[in-house]
Ligand binder design. Structure first.
Ligand code: SF4
Length: 188
């Protein structure tokens, strides 16, 4: 179970520090080492040496922030993403963890209780349903993510994807019905 720190509002950009960084390193360095290494092409360097961040497409990989430490920093609305099922080879080959909670706050006692609850639900479900020598990732592959989520009491969310922009777990049948459920949950 991986608990990864993340933010969901916009990245903070100090444009004066961006300009100072470009002045020190040069435009080519910034384009080759920051802009073109963004995995989702969410960055662009303007003619006046300021930086545009397309926050809706930023996948929070931290690369640009780690390079331009003075100019860029995470947003203020911080929380965690929880993944399960990452594993090395056993019954099937290596698996990356699967996002089961795209975002939750982890600040209050109640938040930590909720995290413990998710872990406990998972252990109970695993104890009852996993095959011998099977790990959580293999069990998710065998029974399907939707069944796993139902088993541990979590809702399916469009942010749960196998590979960004490639193979979404979200099914297109009953689309309108499922979309309405999502909008209702978001409104709540
Ligand atoms: S954090 Fe990663 S994905 Fe987001 S803008 Fe920076 S390099 Fe791109």
């Amino acid at each position: 179970m991986a608990v990864i720190g993340i933010w969901r509002d916009d990245m903070k950009v100090d444009q004066d520090e961006v300009k100072a960084f470009v002045a020190e390193k040069g435009r080519k360095y910034v384009i080759d080492n920051v802009v073109s290494r963004c995995p989702t092409q969410a960055l662009s360097l303007n003619d006046d040496n300021t930086l545009n961040v397309d926050n809706r497409n930023c996948v929070r990989c931290m690369h640009c922030i780690n390079v331009m430490t003075k100019a860029l920093s995470p947003g203020d609305d911080k929380g965690v993403t929880i993944l399960m099922g990452g594993k090395r080879t056993l019954k099937i080959g290596d698996l990356m963890g699967t996002v089961i909670v795209p975002f939750m706050k982890l600040e209050t006692e109640d938040d930590y209780e909720r995290l413990k609850e998710i872990a406990e639900e998972t252990i109970d479900f695993f104890a009852e349903n996993a095959l011998e020598h099977e790990r959580t990732g293999e069990m998710i592959e065998r029974i399907g993510l939707a069944n796993f989520l139902e088993g541990i009491g979590l809702d399916v969310d469009p942010h749960m994807i196998s590979e960004p922009r490639q193979s979404s777990y979200v099914r297109m049948d009953k689309w309108d019905e499922e979309a309405q459920k999502w909008f209702d949950r978001k409104a709540a």
